[in-house]
Design a protein around this ligand. Sequence first.
Ligand code: DQA
Length: 137
Amino acid sequence: MKISIINGPNLNLLGQREPGIYGNQTFEQYFVDLKTKFSQIEFDYFQSNIEGELIEQLHRVGFSFDGIILNAAAYTHTSVGLGDAIKAIDTSVIEVHISNTFAREDFRHTSYLTPNAKGLILGFGMDSYRLAVESFL
Ligand code: DQA
């Protein structure tokens, strides 16, 4: 099984960015544990701060992978293009967020992704990614 994880803007700063909300771990540290736990899965990981690069990555993996886990970060709340990309590809996308966006500012309550995603997992910290992997198994 091939699963692609795609992280959006500012998630390269996990571990140092607003630790009270996002924790102290870098994604790279967490990813080591995730790969160990699911050693039978072939993971691909991509992070970008650029909207168009995230769309291109969805196009690259969206016709051959078994699942996509997407944390589009701030673009979740603004990007019609990412929402359309999810609709355009064959592979199912699980939208994830580390924080509970509904417990935060109003602008984080809107997602352009959720209507086209297979499901949504949020608010479980980094564990949101593990739960998304489980959902594909
Ligand atoms: C986030 C939530 C978004 O609102 C925010 O812009 C992020 C991270 C999360 O994982 O909790 O950058 O997607």
